[in-house]
Design a protein around this ligand. Sequence first.
Ligand code: 5GP
Length: 185
Amino acid sequence: MGLGKLVIVSGPSGCGKGTVISELLKRHSDLKLSVSMTTRKPRKGETDGVHYHFTDVRTFEKLIENGGLLEYIKYTENYYGTPKQPIDDAVKNGITVILDIEVEGAENVRKRFDNNLITIFMLPPNDEVLESRLRGRATESENEIELRLKRAQEEIKFKDKYDYIVINDEIDKTVSEIEQIIYNK
Ligand code: 5GP
């Protein structure tokens, strides 16, 4: 059996990454999502252990010290990180894992995995869509929205470092595009 692949999907907050990834996972039981650790509070509809492992700063910092994270960052006010063990296990067992992580995290994973790594950057069709999606989900404070919009512009500068750029105009089309990338159809 060959090694599993890692598929990184990055893109500015509000570009629709979460929706596209959950559709992909619904369609392909052979894909697994890397569940990150975070110190941010759960949004409505998010389940601990499914969307994230929600934790506190102390526990997160312990995990950093113990080398339990493949990569981690501070994004706006919170820590986010990828638990290392599940990735190692999946790759060894030939399972493809999707990582929904931002640009700095992607850089750090690139340094460790150059084979078996596919990187995808997702863009919204335009800036207005980004802002209206971010505001429309009404889960963040105004201050947090402003921070995310600012960060979105910074993140977009990294797009050319990725193997593929997909524009998320229509979910079905975006999902098919990513399927083609992963499965080389
Ligand atoms: P959100 O708070 O909207 O769920 O996530 C904020 C940003 O953090 C998103 O761009 C998401 O891709 C990124 N992110 C989530 N988990 C991780 C992680 O484990 N590592 C890194 N580097 N970024 C993450």
